[in-house]
Design a binder for this molecule. Structure first.
Ligand code: ADP
Length: 323
């Protein structure tokens, strides 16, 4: 192994830059040449490559987004697209690649590795924290803190006016951000795709809890919840409870940005180093993860196939805090 490439792909997540820095420097420390692929698989197809030296990744550890940019690529989903991508890698003498992204990005890597002799190692980066086999994905903690800060502010106005706020957070298939932020903010109810029991909790809260307390209410809604999102559920609640002051806040893209937290930077650095160690040891088609605070290697086929599970104990705790 004398040269590796790396790229970021799919949804951006704060801490991707810290991972780019770690991969680059760990590779250079092992006497490897490093090529950065810009704009994910689309850039791979187009040969949008740039050599990376240790100094190219200075001053980025604290920045959100990704200096290599990211993209979604429909062309890469086709055999022709992957064939063009392989030609580009071959021309640049690259046969080992670190992919920093979510499960879609790992599916693409797995697909390509079955067709061409390219070794992929993945680093999980998604604010959803929904990858199987790792307790932790880069960006989740930062996004969680952003949500907590926003909801704390919303709580101030909710309490002052005695309003109920439906706050929508990201998570099309995963309720991790909603559950964790719900606990951290003392939300009265959370609505998440992984549990359909929470609708009943909302019903109880509106019927009993809210009136009794005569205070405010925060309901955190994951965008993928079966209720259809904060706007829809608020409309229904307004019809059923015209006496309540209902408001909606959709946090949107602020959740993706911002400077990564210390843990996101540290874990991105640990996983970046582990990715290079894995490639040097001849590993391929694995995702680096962190489980029980130890670095682990999870085969792509397991990481992308199995669903993450919501922590039932945490869900119980959330309910217990709202008796
Ligand atoms: P994420 O990595 O954040 O889950 P996406 O699901 O958008 O993001 O995936 C990123 C890119 O990975 C897609 O735009 C596509 O180019 C590639 N990809 C995803 N799934 C596949 C697949 N089954 N086969 C080939 N490429 C895929």
């Amino acid at each position: 192994l004398s040269r590796i490439a790396l790229f970021t792909s799919g949804g951006d997540a704060p801490g991707m830059n810290a991972a780019i820095r770690a991969v680059t420097r760990a590779a250079i420390a092992a006497n490897l040449e490093v090529i950065g692929i810009r704009r994910g698989y689309q850039g791979m197809i187009e040969g949008d490559f740039q050599p990376l030296y240790a100094s190219d990744v200075s001053g980025i550890i604290h920045l959100g987004g990704t200096m290599l940019r990211t993209a979604r690529s429909n062309a890469f989903r086709t055999p022709e697209g992957r064939s063009r991508a392989y030609e580009q890698l071959k021309n640049a003498a690259i046969d080992a690649v670190v992919v920093i992204g979510g499960d879609g990005s790992f599916r693409g890597a797995q697909e390509m590795s079955q067709e061409y002799p390219v070794s992929f190692v993945g680093i999980p980066a998604t604010i959803d924290n929904d990858m199987y086999g790792t307790d932790y994905t880069i960006g989740f903690e930062t996004a969680l803190n952003t949500v907590v800060e926003a909801v704390d502010k919303i709580r101030d106005t909710a309490r002052s006016h005695g309003r109920i706020f439906f706050v929508e957070v990201m998570g099309r298939e995963a309720g991790q951000l909603a559950l964790h932020s719900g606990i951290a903010c003392g939300a009265e109810v959370i609505l998440i795709p992984e549990s359909n029991a929470e609708g009943g909790k909302l019903h109880d809260f509106l019927k009993h809890g809210y009136k009794n307390k005569e205070s405010s209410g925060i309901v955190i809604v994951a965008e993928g919840d079966e209720s259809g999102g904060a706007m829809k559920i608020a409309e229904r609640v307004r019809l059923d409870h015209p006496e309540l002051e209902v408001r909606v806040s959709i946090l949107g893209h602020i959740q993706r940005g911002g400077n990564p937290t210390a843990d996101d930077r540290i874990n991105a650095t640990r996983m970046g180093v582990a990715a290079i160690e894995a490639l040097l040891a001849g590993e391929k088609n694995i995702m680096i993860g962190i489980a029980r605070d130890k670095i682990v290697q999870v085969p792509f086929k397991i990481a992308v196939k199995l669903c993450h599970r919501i922590d039932e104990q945490l869900l119980d705790i959330q309910r217990l805090m709202n008796i």
